[in-house]
Design a protein around this ligand. Sequence first.
Ligand SMILES: Nc1ncnc2c1ncn2[C@@H]1O[C@H](COP(=O)(O)OP(=O)(O)OP(=O)(O)O)[C@@H](O)[C@H]1O
Ligand SMILES: [Mg+2]
Length: 343
Amino acid sequence: MTAQDFMTILDSKSLAEVLREYPLGRDFLANFRLNNLAQELTFSQALLEVEEEALAEFGLDRMGALKDFAEFLKQFTPQENLLAEVKSITIIGGWNKAKTPETISLTISAGEIISIVGPTGSGKSRLLNDIECLAQGDTLTGRTILVNGAELEDIQRFEMEGKLVAQLSQNMNFVMDLTVREFLEMHAKCRLTPNVNEVVAICFQCANQLAGEKFSENTLVTQLSGGQSRALMIADTAFMSDSPIILIDEIENAGINRRKAIALLAKREKIIFLSTHDPLLALSAHKRIIIKNGGIAKVIEISEAEKESLGIIENLDNTMQRLRTALRSGEVICMRDLRESSS
Ligand SMILES: Nc1ncnc2c1ncn2[C@@H]1O[C@H](COP(=O)(O)OP(=O)(O)OP(=O)(O)O)[C@@H](O)[C@H]1O
Ligand SMILES: [Mg+2]
């Protein structure tokens, strides 16, 4: 919705109705000492009863107050439609590290999971960054990212910044001394989540399911381990973020239940890009991009044969997980027992 749409709402609905629908509007009114306006009137009608000097104190006139109120409501109303609006992302090739052109145009639709594989230093994170900043031929790789098949004007790119993409990056450090609960509450409030307590409880529970070692609501975020921080951010992204695109850089290093995490993130019609060195995750995607020397060398769609292999790989992976758990808890390792218990 544009500011103009909100001007129309303000002119057609009573202030009481507007505030019922957009409770944060009260903050705007309080800031300009307009909290005693007659609520059965529209905002403009109610303003007629306010002395012009009272508005002038804040550098406003009646028209200015209406415009500012509409702008405020626009700013603080979550863009509910954004998720539905992004139907596809297209990556148009640039060039690799040797400046050889990437002859590719790859379109990914909402609901698809794409893995990105390739040797260390090949350019997986770089591709995620290109998507994150909605590159328009202006990054190191010369790639262009289209949204719904169209290039973005600078203004759209700016408007979408921070809303389109949620990124779970390789390195994550908390700098604030908040408890887990305070952190989640702060996020929920910033994102204007309606039922804060409920969402915070779900996020906390889910993060603990994903993390190997449990933590409490009162743990300081700065004291969480790498894996616990990652689990917290995954739960946070899954339940609070409305971004239609999720970028994940190397979930496997975190020592968390990664397949569960991906399933959780994929539950809504989002586009997920996942850079990974993990065969199980790479094959859990619908398509995978192979990066070589900074360029997209190949795109493979998962075949039926690969899907069948996934079961065997999952068994192998379970064996590895058991091995990890056994090692961590100080057991003596017998591979035969481990294989039998996972099959
Ligand atoms: N097409 C390109 N042209 C020039 N430089 C590139 C290109 N692609 C990637 N690079 C650069 O190569 C370096 C390594 O890339 P990147 O960090 O993306 O690797 P990675 O595949 O994520 O590695 P890792 O698996 O270790 O995380 C970065 O400095 C990146 O900017
Ligand atoms: Mg990387």
